[in-house]
Design a protein. Structure first.
Length: 252
């Protein structure tokens, strides 16, 4: 006799209990009551009226999105593949549900198109050497598009730039030529400084003939320690000239 009422009461009890939900600290519940948006709920224990309210959980933690490699033609007509990584989070749960159908997919698409557009406006050398500038520019542009959706872009990093094989060889040759140029400049600078020092030393020793002789004897002592069989003695031109003049006088 009481079985139908007991069954109905049990169903009602199950419906009431099923409306109890637990929302974690990093989550928010976006609730619709008969199709109308209600204020977001959570964290903690919330109650969703069965059959009257529907809710969606949204994660407010920072999410990581890998932007697939995009074929980009740079401003100097070089074809490259550029990939990136995007860090973002939901700051307004209601707008993330109400303003866009799928904020994850929409953020991914806007990141891909922005990556192609920004990288296509730069020269290859700028793209390789000024990544920080491009990262900041990508972040500003993507964040401006996702802000109406309640999504905040925290960071954008260009992850990898793949160059064609012939372009890699060209860049390697260019880097080698640049290193060779620097080596020659450093060598020339060293020779210049050595010549300046030698000139200063010569100007100091020129008035002192004995100092020149002592320097020559020092050089000879250094040569003698290296077990050389042949030793060439430098003779000052003044001495040779004096000997030649004396020999000429004797002949006359």
């Amino acid at each position: 006799m009481f079985a139908p009422w007991l069954t109905a009461g049990l169903v009602v009890l199950i419906l009431i209990v099923s409306g109890v939900k637990i929302v974690r600290e990093y989550e928010r519940a976006v609730v619709f009551r008969l199709g109308r948006l209600m204020p977001s709920r959570g964290p903690g224990i919330i109650y969703v009226i069965p059959l009257v309210e529907q809710f969606t959980r949204l994660d407010l933690r920072t999410l990581t999105l890998n932007v697939p490699s995009q074929d980009v033609i740079t401003r100097d007509n070089v074809s490259v593949k550029v990939s990136a990584v995007l860090y973002f989070r939901v700051v307004e749960a209601n707008r993330a549900v109400l303003e866009v159908q799928n904020y994850l997919y929409a953020t991914s698409q806007i990141a891909q198109t922005t990556l192609r557009s920004v990288c296509g406006q730069a020269h290859l050398d700028e793209l390789l050497a000024e990544r920080d500038k491009f990262n900041a520019r990508l972040q500003d542009i993507i964040d401006a598009h996702t802000e109406p959706w309640g999504v905040k872009v925290v960071l954008v990093e260009v992850k990898q730039i793949d160059l064609p094989a012939d372009m890699q060889r060209t860049i390697a040759r260019q880097a080698e030529a640049e290193r060779l140029r620097r080596a020659k400049v450093i060598n020339a600078e060293g020779e210049y400084q050595a010549a300046v020092r030698l000139s200063e030393a010569a100007s100091i020793m020129e008035p002192h003939a004995m100092a020149i002789q002592l320097r020559m004897l020092q050089a000879l002592s250094q040569v003698g320690t290296e077990k050389n069989r042949t030793v060439i003695l430098p003779i000052p031109i003044d001495v040779v000239r004096a000997l030649m003049q004396r020999a000429t006088r004797q002949d006359s």
